[in-house]
Design a protein around this ligand. Structure first.
Ligand code: XCC
Ligand code: SF4
Length: 638
């Protein structure tokens, strides 16, 4: 396949040509070398969990040396993906909680959303009366940190779910206890000679995934909002066209906002802006990538340079002074690309050192000074830029972002109630769903995957859904794709069906709402949970769904699994490595529905995928509308 046909992004295509001419290897070259991927790996039937392996399941060798069959092997591999994904999101959250424990009135990190902190303190029985806000913050941080390893009880945040859901989790034995404990249990149970029962492995996977969505990720989101501010609606832009010819370009790539927030501050520091001018630049231009990009666009409007598949291409522009990374989704290939230009590739986390990078360790204790050092080194690199190698492709799209749960609720309320209710309710959203003006709501989330064409499935699915009056919420690289293709623009309502277009017009929102980074999928759980509670229903009763059209990371497997365990169907555009076990497929795509009221659906053709989602939503509506009617006939409870 022509390399340029592997992406629909015009900027990417232009830069692929440039990379080719300059002899720079990218992911697109390497993907071509992997056309025939290992069939055992694809089906999930290769086990190397002990030194007797690897054992691969074939008709001649239907069991591993220990006797594990294909179901056990697939189940163990799947559970380990969930555990890894949960570990990644939750370890990120743990760092944010530690950062909050360090917060102080005159320090690097302060409390930005006191109301959210106080509400959480009350929810967690932390004394608030007459106490200093920082004392409260430190105690709340300690309580959160205990959620990772507490010896007794189940996770506190589960109480935020609809009552029926909590009871179901309890009945099924999938209420997560402590986050680390669930991850450790999976690692233990998938060790040779432990669990040999796929049903049990899937049950453990759901419990651990719930520890991601309802605990780790949720802590990540809430604490980031408290420390850095709950996102509010603002305008920005996306795609590589946001890089600037005459400025020091710095790309923020990775995940944790504790670093990126400080870089944002440092880039505005008058001393560094002056320094940039003294080396001949017009100023400092920050741009985000992957989920760090989502964090900083949501809270500061920092423009998005691109998504997961554009990380190397961003450097191929030859216009990037520094790429600063922390953890997750960072290609180890980047130092080699950076070497072809003047770009400094700066790693900052002891959790993600990369050979060939410049390592400048980030420590929260000295955050601002370190951030300034990092920005300074980027600025001083500007004179090394080789102008003959610079090509900034022009495409970019404008977007409106910042839709935290509070922002969505507030925006809707403003239209329905003449008086703005600061607490707000999800009533308007529930009403739109009940009346059918909105047929449903779908979360389109996740990565880019080299198995498909970059951005094709995301944009196809989003456009089809909004055309059919289904409002889309998005996070992660799905959100970046939406931004790049203009779907986060209020004008995109022209692609929407009549019902959705009317809502967009009245409420003044785009048809696709950017909710943040991947840990912010917890915002989706929140909106769905609150709407269900408002209607007296369970999340599985609502016409909602989750889609990961181009997923690739283990984090996405954890997300998909917790969304299903929450009672929301999940559609995947890429087959997960479970096809080698009929039982695994049966459980994931059928039996889970009987257990938790939702299942996985896989469809690799983007158009067909979109239509399956629409059909699924309409099917849900039949049930939902019957339930609404039933509730209307019931006498109101006293
Ligand atoms: Fe990574 Fe979060 Fe996937 Fe994008 S969407 S490729 S996980 S950056 Ni989370
Ligand atoms: Fe083979 Fe069993 Fe060891 Fe896996 S655990 S590598 S199936 S012997």
């Amino acid at each position: 396949m022509d390399k340029k046909a592997m992406t629909i992004d015009l900027n990417s295509q232009i830069l692929l040509d440039k990379a080719e001419k300059e002899g720079v290897e990218t992911m697109y070259d390497r993907a071509q070398g992997f056309k025939n991927q290992c069939g055992f790996g694809l089906k999930g039937i290769c086990c190397r969990n002990c030194g007797m392996g690897p054992c691969r399941i074939t008709p001649k060798t239907p069991r591993g040396i220990c006797g594990a069959d294909e179901h056990t092997i697939v189940g163990r591999n799947f559970a380990r993906m969930v555990a890894a994904g949960t570990a990644a999101h939750s370890d990120h959250a743990r760092d944010i909680a530690h950062t909050m424990a360090l917060s102080s009135r005159d320090g690097n990190y302060t409390i930005k959303d006191e109301v959210k902190l106080i509400n959480l303190a009350k929810e967690w029985d932390v004394e608030t009366e007459g106490r200093d806000i920082y004392d409260i913050a430190h105690e709340v941080a300690d309580v959160a940190l205990m959620e990772f390893g507490k010896p007794h009880g189940v996770a506190r945040l589960l109480k935020r779910a609809p009552k029926q859901r909590q009871e179901l989790w309890n009945k099924l034995g999938i209420e997560p206890r402590a986050i680390d404990r669930e991850i450790a249990t999976i690692m233990h149970s998938t060790h040779i000679g432990c669990t040999g029962d796929i049903d049990s492995l899937m049950q453990m996977s759901m419990r651990t995934a719930l520890a991601d969505g309802w605990v780790g990720s949720m802590i990540g989101t809430i604490f980031s909002d408290i420390l850095f501010g709950t996102p509010t609606v603002r305008n920005s832009e996306a795609n590589l066209g946001v890089l600037e010819e005459n400025k020091v370009n710095i790309i923020l790539h990775g995940h944790e906002p504790s670093l990126s927030e400080m870089i944002v501050l440092a880039s505005e520091d008058p001393e560094l802006v002056e320094l940039a001018k003294s080396v001949g630049a017009d100023g400092i231009n920050l741009a985000g990538m992957c989920c760090t990009g989502n964090e900083v666009i949501m809270r500061h409007g920092v423009r998005t340079a691109g998504d997961f598949h554009q990380q190397e291409l961003a450097l191929v522009t030859g216009a990037v002074e520094a790429m600063i990374v922390d953890v997750q989704c960072i290609f180890p290939a980047l130092p080699r690309v950076a070497d072809c230009y003047h770009t400094k590739f700066i790693t900052t986390s002891p959790k993600a050192k990369i050979a060939g990078s410049t390592y400048m360790e980030f420590k929260e204790e000295d955050a601002f000074n370190i951030a300034k050092d990092i920005v300074r080194s980027a600025v001083l690199n500007f004179p090394n830029r080789d102008k003959s190698k610079v090509l900034i492709p022009e495409h970019k799209a404008s977007s409106t972002v910042g839709y935290s749960t509070e922002a969505i609720v507030g925006q809707l309320d403003r239209v329905v109630n003449s008086q703005i209710d600061p607490a707000g309710t999800v009533k308007p959203l529930a009403d739109c769903l009940k009346s059918g003006v909105l047929r449903g709501a779908v979360g389109v989330v996740g990565c880019n995957n080299a198995k498909g064409v970059s951005n094709l499935a995301h944009t196809t699915v989003m456009k089809e859904l909004i055309k059919n009056d289904i409002i889309v919420v998005t996070t992660g690289c799905g959100a970046s794709a939406a931004g790049k293709f203009g779907l986060l623009n209020k004008d995109a309502k022209k692609y929407a069906g009549k019902g959705l277009a009317t809502v967009c017009e009245l409420v003044d929102i785009p048809p696709v709402l950017h909710l943040g980074s991947c840990v912010d999928c917890s915002r989706i759980l929140e909106v769905v949970g609150e709407t269900a509670k408002y209607l007296g229903m369970d999340s599985s009763d609502l016409p909602v769904a989750g889609v990961a059209p181009e997923w690739m990371s283990e984090k996405a497997v954890a997300i998909g699994t917790y969304v299903v365990a929450t009672g929301i169907d999940v559609y995947l555009g890429i087959m997960p490595p479970v096809g080698g076990s009929e039982r695994a497929v049966e459980i994931l795509t059928k039996e889970m529905e009987d257990m938790v009221g939702a299942k996985f659906i896989v469809e690799e053709d983007p158009v067909k995928l979109a239509h399956k989602i629409i059909e699924g939503i309409e099917k849900k509506r039949v049930h939902f509308e019957a339930l609404v009617e039933e509730k209307m006939l019931q006498p109101a409870e006293a």
